[in-house]
Ligand binder design. Structure first.
Ligand SMILES: [Fe+2]
Length: 154
């Protein structure tokens, strides 16, 4: 395994997590409007999730004898809710892409592979949360009413 390459990718992931911690907390502080409380808790919760990710990624970097970065990736800010959500989505996609890059490098280390897979899964689900809030899903309902079939008797 190319440990230095893995540390490099994990450190990129860590800087994205740090950026997300700050950016999403800033969103929670700035968001306005009649649904402010709802959106503020969403952003705060997402910030906390990134904080937990940062903690785990940092631990793994040290486990690999690497030094975790203390520098966040660029932080974006806005006072517009839709823009905040778009910026959040961008960060989650970037994190997902970054951990995916680490995956082929860690295949021979079961524990590290499981960790990276978990990060890939978490970020994919986080992307989904932002896509849903931005109305980006294209699920169609073809049948408006579904009649349950009567239970069959044995
Ligand atoms: Fe994350």
């Amino acid at each position: 395994m190319d440990t230095q390459a893995v540390i490099g990718i994990l450190n990129r992931g860590l800087s994205i997590e740090y950026a997300a911690v700050i950016q999403l907390l800033q969103d929670a502080a700035l968001v306005q409007g009649p649904h402010r409380e709802l959106h503020a808790s969403f952003f705060r919760e997402r910030s906390e999730a990134s904080w937990k990710h940062a903690h785990k990624v940092g631990q793994w970097i040290v486990l690999l004898n690497g030094l975790p970065t203390v520098e966040p990736a660029p932080i974006k800010q806005s006072t517009d809710l839709t823009e905040m959500l778009r910026q959040g989505l961008e960060l989650e996609r970037e994190a997902h892409k970054t951990y995916l890059e680490a995956l082929p490098l860690v295949m021979d280390d079961a524990a590290l592979r499981l960790f990276v897979e978990e990060m890939v899964q978490d970020e994919r689900l986080d992307v989904e949360k932002f896509e849903l809030l931005l109305g980006q899903k294209t699920v169609t309902v073809a049948v408006k009413e579904v009649m349950p079939k009567p239970a069959r008797r044995p």
